[in-house]
Structures are given as C-alpha cells and as structure tokens.
Ligand binder design. Structure first.
Ligand code: AMP
Length: 417
C-alpha cells in the first residue's frame, strides 16, 4: 500500500508518499506560503531520483488547494495546479507524476502536534477525533488548527481514503504524575490541564523501538534519547516507555535550541513585560523565535554557530558551551531519575551529524560510565552506529530518526485493521 504522510503548518504543507511494501520514499515535497500576504506560493518536490524541483505558483489561499496541487504533482496530470502557475498559466506538471491514479493512495497519515491527555496512541480520524483535536487547540494554538486544515483538506480532496492522526505528544503519556505534574496548586491541573506533555514523541517512539531491536538491552533497560535538531528534546525511557521528557506544556521548555531559550525562571516573563513594556505573548514569542543559539550567537543553525566558534567568536563560544552544558545537566538528571542508564542515543539534525556536538554533550560524564570512542564518533554522520568505547558501561549510539516512516507505519496498521 502507498501511504501519503502530511505535516500541515499554518502556511505550509509537507508531504511524503511512501511505498509500504518496501518502506521506500516515492516522493516528498513542500508547499509554502499558503494563504499568506505573499503574491506567490512555492512548491518544492523531489522524487526517488533526488532531483529537487521548484516551482513558483500563483497565490494559493487554502490548504485544500495546496492538497490539490500536491495530488496534481503526484499523478503528473494536467490538473488544477496549472491554474496556479505564476508564469504562463500552462501545465508544466504533465508527465512528472509518480503514480498513475490517486486511487493508489491507500491511506493518509497526519502529524498532529497536541493530543492532550486524550490520545495515548495514533487514531483513525472520525468526527470524535476531530472534535478532540479541536478541544486541544488551547494547548497547541498554532499547530492544531493548521493540522486540522490539513485533515479537512484531505477529506475534501480524497473523501474515501482512510486518514490517521499521529500525535507528537502521545508517546509521553506513559510518564508518571511525579514527572508530568508542575508543583502549582492542583486546580490548575484539574481545571486547565496544565502539566508537562512533551513533544517530538513520534521521533522518540521510533528511536526507542529501534533501540530495543538493535542494542541487545536487558529487561528493565534504561535509555536516554537526545533528539537534537532545530527543536530539541530528551526522553528517559524504561523498557522503551517514556518516564520523563525535557519539553513541557509547550515545546519551549528544556534544552537550548535553535531559536528557543529552554528552561528558565518563569518570573523572567513578568520582569521583561514591566521593563520593556511588552505583553506576555510578545515575550513568549521572543523566547520561542529569537532566543537559543539565535539569541546568543545571532544564528540558529548549529553549522554556522560551530564555524564561528571555531573562528574564536566569543558569542558563538558561549552559545555552544551553554548548549552542551544544559544538555549534559539533563542527561545527568535523567540518569539520576531512572537510577542509572544503559544507553544514550543521539538523533535528528545535530545528533546525527555533529560529531563535535556529541562529544561536547558527554564531556565529563565518564563518572556515569559514558565513554566515547572518539575516532568512531568522528566518522559517524547520519547512519546507525555505536560510538561508545568497547569498555564503556553505557552504550552510546547514533540512530537516525524517521518520523514520516513512523507515521506511515501507524497509518498502515490502523487503516488496514
Ligand atoms: P533538524 O531540525 O533535525 O532538521 O536539524 C537541524 C539542525 O541540525 C540545524 O541546527 C543544523 O545546523 C544541524 N545540522 C545538520 N547537519 C549538521 C552538521 N553536519 N553539523 C552540525 N550541525 C548540523
């Protein structure tokens, strides 16, 4: 079966078409600037041949139209996409398709940010599921409405195809109350559901399951997963089940990230509001979008910050040192929380590719039994590999994540049940 995976943002729609017979990616791409003030919408796509194609289209107002464009390129037909061509209005997509007929799409899997406490696993989308995603909009005010737009767009364009919602929060629902509650009066939890939810759950779940297959771990095994990308989070897992994570009620908490500050004293918000005459929303916007590596070093991309660190720039040095220091503190605290650690796993853009970053993350952690093989570590980029020394008590691994495949696997399972 071929499964279409959709990740809808407020003005974007990412897609992947995966052939589940061999779990290979047939096509992937992105429609950007949907319904914005910009005069055009951008379409970027690539097939298995890995040639990236880009098109600028006439402004596309809705996610449903963006879905039509995506389906148009997939079948390569003289479809509505031709209406959106910004240059001459001609259909340039003819003959570019990867499937002959839309009926080849057996099911659609949607990434949904916030499932609140309702969703502990993925679910087939029906009216109840949509209502529950709507109920969780206060917890995911930017993402859940966008995810719903993606779902509704697919329902409109592919009305007979089963659809599945895969939640970023679901994997973390196994955390015990002592880990997920905040120490504020109970009514804020019972009335408003204020608690730690955690994010990147699809990635953490994929890695936790892969680690159980790959690492030959004992029963009751304790692992720490470091998902280090532009957004970053850690999870502590016992027997592959999450017992703690670093993100909170929103993805702002925890590590120093590309543009997010991570953990800080919440009193900072009021202090800045008073001194800078800003609203709490403006301060949170600054903490989400202008902080982290960007706020400290002027650049959110770890490659650029590293290059400047190597050139001796003090701001980049501080940013990298803080990034690693906070990460090490979390690794240590999660090991303490679980009473030990059997394996430490790095994943996502930085975790998979940045050997120096991985080495900084474990610097001084030999007291926990974490010992890197520095030569092996230096060689590993984007592949599954053990990077700890032979005599390391804790296994250290790089395991590339694949959130789209995890979504497609859930979708296949639920759609064929
Ligand atoms: P992601 O959000 O998972 O796509 O990860 C994006 C982050 O990975 C960015 O900060 C990139 O700079 C970082 N990244 C990707 N490749 C490398 C690399 N070779 N060295 C350091 N950072 C990298």
């Amino acid at each position: 079966m071929k499964i279409l995976v959709i990740n809808a943002g407020s003005s974007s729609l990412k897609f992947q078409l995966i052939d589940m017979d061999n779990e290979s990616v047939i096509a992937k791409g992105l429609v950007e600037r949907i319904g914005t003030v910009d005069p055009t919408t951008d379409l970027t796509y690539e097939w298995a041949d890995q040639k990236i194609k880009q098109k600028q289209l006439k402004k596309c107002d809705t996610h449903a139209k963006a879905m039509e464009i995506v389906l148009g390129v997939l079948v390569g037909r003289d479809c509505t996409a031709s209406e959106y061509d910004a240059n001459d209005g001609k259909a340039h997509l003819t003959g570019t398709g990867v499937i002959a007929d839309l009926r080849e799409i057996g099911a659609v899997g949607h990434r949904v940010l916030h499932g609140g406490e309702k969703f502990t696993a993925s679910c087939l989308i029906d009216d109840d599921c949509i209502e529950a995603i709507e109920e969780n909009i206060p917890l995911g005010p930017l993402h859940n409405p966008a995810n719903l737009m993606g779902i509704r767009a697919c329902q409109e364009v592919l009305p007979d195809v089963p659809q599945v919602a895969v939640f970023d929060t679901a994997f973390h629902q196994t955390m015990p109350p002592r880990a997920f509650r905040y120490a504020i009066p109970n009514e804020y939890y019972t009335d408003l559901h204020i608690r730690k939810y955690g994010f990147h759950g699809t990635s953490h779940r994929y890695i936790a399951a892969r680690a159980q297959e790959l690492l030959n771990l004992p029963k009751g095994n304790k692992i720490i997963i470091c998902h280090l990308g532009n957004g970053s989070s850690l999870s502590a897992c016992v027997d592959g089940k999450c017992v703690d994570t670093s993100m909170g009620i929103t993805p702002l908490d925890g590590l120093v990230m590309g543009t997010r500050c991570g953990t800080l004293d919440p009193a900072v918000v009021e202090f800045i509001c008073n001194r800078k005459n800003m609203t709490p929303t403006e301060v949170l916007n600054m903490m989400n979008k202008k902080s982290g590596l960007l706020g400290l070093a002027g650049d959110s991309d770890m490659r650029n910050v590293t290059a400047r660190y190597e050139a001796g720039e003090p701001n980049a040095k501080l940013a990298i040192e803080m990034w690693a220091y906070v990460l090490r503190k979390y690794i240590g605290s999660f090991a303490a929380a679980m009473g030990g650690v059997d394996a430490l796993i790095f994943t996502a853009g930085i975790g998979e590719n940045d050997a120096a970053g991985r080495a900084r993350a474990v610097e001084g952690l030999d007291f926990l039994g974490i010992k890197l093989d520095y030569d092996k570590n230096a060689k590993v980029r984007g592949q599954e590999a053990k990077i700890s020394a032979e005599d390391s008590k804790v296994q250290v691994w790089v395991i590339p994540t694949n959130e789209e495949l995890a979504i497609a696997r859930d979708t296949l399972e639920l759609a064929t049940k």
